[in-house]
Design a protein. Structure first.
Length: 764
């Protein structure tokens, strides 16, 4: 996990302001502003002359279409183009690409051959058929059942890929192979073919046993399947016929592998799952309101467990004589339990209707009362649910790149396809240039808890907490990397946050990485997000900018936005992100900070971010003792008291002690308590002696103390030092426009998984 080396260290952050229109906020001209500009277009006479020149030979190709679009088409010119250009004037082999470049559909063109209603219908059918041919097509070869609980199915699937599919265009090998084939005058269609065997078994029982209901079940599922991605020298319409007579030899020998077209890829995967569940439920009637409403309650407890094993083999033909082989085994298991309770009503308002006789009147009344019953039952319902789960996953991934022109590597390849890695490993260990490898062993342990409450269709509360521990070791031809991640995720949403304040989520993570030739690196990563804040006030935006300033992210020009009311008021519904890393040097510096320094730092954060007055900080010892005693009494009153007269007395004492308005007492008590919690957090670091211990202690204390993200972060960052706080992302984004303010650290640290995945994808 390394700092990016493509940016100078002294430039801490880069600010990007993106606006959707040309409105000016009188911001500093140094602030990078991206505006959508209208390109210069040809006049209509020039456009018609240009089009006439292009069609001199009766046809237009893809390159000519690109040249035409490059002039910048106005809406009028685009309409004229659709009217004047005809389908038979476009090169058939490039028709799709030309239409896409021009932003037109075949049905929009002035097509002489397809004029009239019949022609339009035919053109639409052709367009639908073209789309339909790229959809997956699955065929059930057999579907066998043995009794009610055991069965097996055999299926075959095909899927064509369009020329613009990222699976083709974003893969260097497939893109190169396509270009070579097309240069040889061949049409190319890449396509998946695959199939599999899917046996299953299971049962489920429910045993009514008043007042309890008992359920239990067991299931076992498995699959053994394959898929092959290969090119076919046909247009899409003809490729399906070629696939049915699949002439691609599966690469189970080195000779067959070498004969494959570059980019061809085979995946064989087997998976088996065993799961069981059990539950106990009970219900009771609480009350009746005549024959119209019946109120009832139910409670249930359920448990479940599962085990899964997946083994896969992937082979991909590379350039030259090289081939990529990947063997992956994933062993996972989980166990969960939940408790849920429901209180609701059963409505039958039809019982309150007078006798209306039969016919249309009675039927109309029944329709109305049915809808009333549904709405009553929907809204007069309360659901509570608590759940906890544990899971584990062990991954053993082995990737190889082999040069099949080497006889020993060719033998090792054939052994790999039998899941035997010994020959390939020995060649790699002996330093053979014909074999490169990367192996990953990773273990993940996860725990999750959730609590939810719903009143009818309204979510009153939804809290999810997840913790995970990950340990991984990557061994490769490029050296070894070990990494550890300890992660704590928390998410919160409720009726108030969903409507006004946005859903809140926080991730706290310890990241440790050891790379060849480098000392171990340790970071504490914290990320906080607010999604869908519908009331983003001027103060919200200002607080965000102040926090960015406190973290060293603002230059003088951007800082000027703090005084620009027009800009601050311009935001509507927003998403906000704060994502930073503390280095271990920063945590060590925090551990050496005195309690008084913490209070001083927190007071500055409180005053700068919220304009508060930390009266206790700079008071003389006697006065500080008096103020803090008053704060403690106020805390007790706010926790347990309801006497307004007592609160008034406390506010009066606060005024005479501090000469601050009494209404400030509540917010200052909150700030003082949080400053105390920051002191506790720093105290936990003093007892930690290693980078891992410090990061774990910091994460645990941060979570347990529930610190205010802005004030505490401001204080801790200033104490840790600017060089020890790495800004990964600070962003406020307006959902209703393209207006973003994003601060991205130039030189932000790299997530270890990025480097690990890059080596696994290319061991060579």
């Amino acid at each position: 996990m390394r700092a990016r080396r493509d940016a100078p260290r002294h430039r801490r952050c880069h600010c990007r302001l993106v606006v959707a229109h040309a409105a000016s906020y009188d911001a500093n001209p140094n602030l990078e502003t991206h505006l959508e500009e209208e390109s210069m277009s040809l006049t209509m006479p020039e456009f018609r002359a240009r089009l006439s020149t292009l069609l001199q030979d009766g046809r237009i190709n893809h390159q000519e279409a690109q040249d035409l679009v490059a002039t910048g088409l106005t809406a009028e010119q685009k309409t004229a183009l659709a009217t004047e250009l005809k389908l038979d004037q476009i090169e058939p082999a490039e028709r799709d690409a030309v239409l896409q470049t021009l932003g037109l559909q075949a049905s929009q063109l002035g097509n002489v051959a397809n004029d009239g209603v019949v022609g339009k219908v035919k053109e639409k059918l052709v367009e639908l058929a073209r789309k339909e041919i790229y959809k997956p097509q699955e065929f059930a070869v057999a579907d066998l059942r043995i009794g009610e609980h055991v069965g097996a199915a055999v299926r075959v699937q095909t899927r064509l890929l369009s020329a613009q599919d990222p699976v083709v265009t974003n893969d260097a090998n497939r893109a190169a192979a396509t270009a070579r084939l097309e240069q040889g005058g061949k049409d190319v269609t890449w396509a998946y073919t695959g199939g599999g065997l899917y046996p299953s078994a299971g049962f489920s029982v429910s045993v009514p046993n008043y007042p309890f209901n008992v359920t239990a079940g067991f299931s076992a599922n498995a699959s053994l399947g394959y898929s092959l991605l290969a090119p076919y020298p046909h247009k899409a319409e003809a490729a399906l016929a070629a696939i049915k007579n699949n002439s691609v030899d599966l690469p189970f020998t080195s000779e067959r592998a070498r004969s494959l077209t570059e980019g061809t890829e085979l995946l064989v995967r087997g998976k088996g799952t065993v799961a069981s569940h059990a539950g106990v439920g009970a219900g009771a009637t609480l009350a009746r309101v005549g024959s119209i409403l019946t109120a009832g309650a139910s409670v249930g407890v359920s448990v479940a467990a599962s085990k899964e094993l997946e083994v896969s083999l992937r082979v991909k033909r590379l350039d030259g004589d090289r081939v990529f082989v990947s063997l992956n085994q994933v062993n996972s298991g989980s166990a969960s339990g939940s408790v849920n309770a429901t209180v609701g009503v059963d409505a039958n308002t039809g019982n309150a209707l007078p006798e209306m006789g039969g016919g249309v009147f009675r039927r109309g009344a029944e329709l109305v009362t049915d809808q009333v019953d549904k709405q009553v039952e929907k809204w007069l319902r309360v659901d509570l649910r608590a759940a906890h789960s544990r899971s584990s996953q062990e991954t053993n991934l082995q990737n190889y790149v082999l040069d099949l022109s080497d006889p020993k590597a060719a033998e090792a390849y054939e052994a790999l396809l039998k899941l035997d890695t010994r020959s390939a490993d020995k060649l790699a260990q002996d330093g053979s240039a014909a074999v490169r490898f990367a192996k990953l062993e990773e273990g993940v342990r996860t725990q999750a808890s959730s609590l939810s409450a719903n009143f009818g269709p309204i979510t009153l509360l939804n809290v999810v907490s997840t913790s995970s521990q990950t340990h991984g070791t990557l061994t490769s031809s490029k050296g070894d990397i070990t990494y550890d991640r300890s992660r704590l995720d928390e998410g919160y949403s409720g009726i108030i946050s969903n409507i006004f304040l946005g859903a809140r989520a926080t991730t706290r993570e310890l990241v440790m990485t050891t790379e060849p030739g480098n000392p171990p690196q340790s970071y504490y990563h914290v990320r906080s997000t607010i999604t869908g804040d519908r009331v983003s006030t001027k103060d919200d935006v200002k607080d965000f900018l102040r926090l960015a300033d406190a973290l060293g992210a603002l230059d003088d020009g951007t800082r000027a936005l703090l005084g620009n009311d027009k800009f601050l008021k311009a935001f509507g519904t927003t998403n906000r992100t704060v994502d930073i890393y503390f280095t271990d040097d920063g945590l060590k510096k925090l551990a050496g900070t005195s309690a008084d320094a913490v209070h001083q730092s927190y007071a500055r954060a409180y005053e700068e971010l919220e304009g508060g007055k930390a009266t206790w900080v700079n008071a003389d010892p006697a006065k500080r003792q008096e103020i803090e005693a008053l704060f403690k009494r106020t805390e007790e009153h706010l926790r347990f008291g309801t006497d307004q007269q007592e609160m008034q007395q406390l506010e009066n004492e606060y005024y005479w002690a501090t000469r601050q308005p009494g209404w400030r007492l509540r917010q200052e008590v909150e700030a003082w308590r949080e400053a105390q919690n920051v002191v506790k957090l720093v105290d936990t670091l003093r007892a930690a002696h290693t980078p891992e211990e410090r990061a774990r202690a910091f994460a645990k204390a941060d979570k347990e103390l529930g610190l205010d993200f802005s004030r505490a972060l401001h204080s801790l960052a200033s104490l840790a030092g600017a060089n020890n706080v790495l800004i990964n992302e600070l962003a406020i984004r307006d959902k209703n426009s393209s207006r973003d303010v994003v601060f991205m650290r130039e030189g932000a640290i790299q997530d270890p998984s990025t480097q690990v995945n890059a080596i696994l994808a290319n061991p060579a």
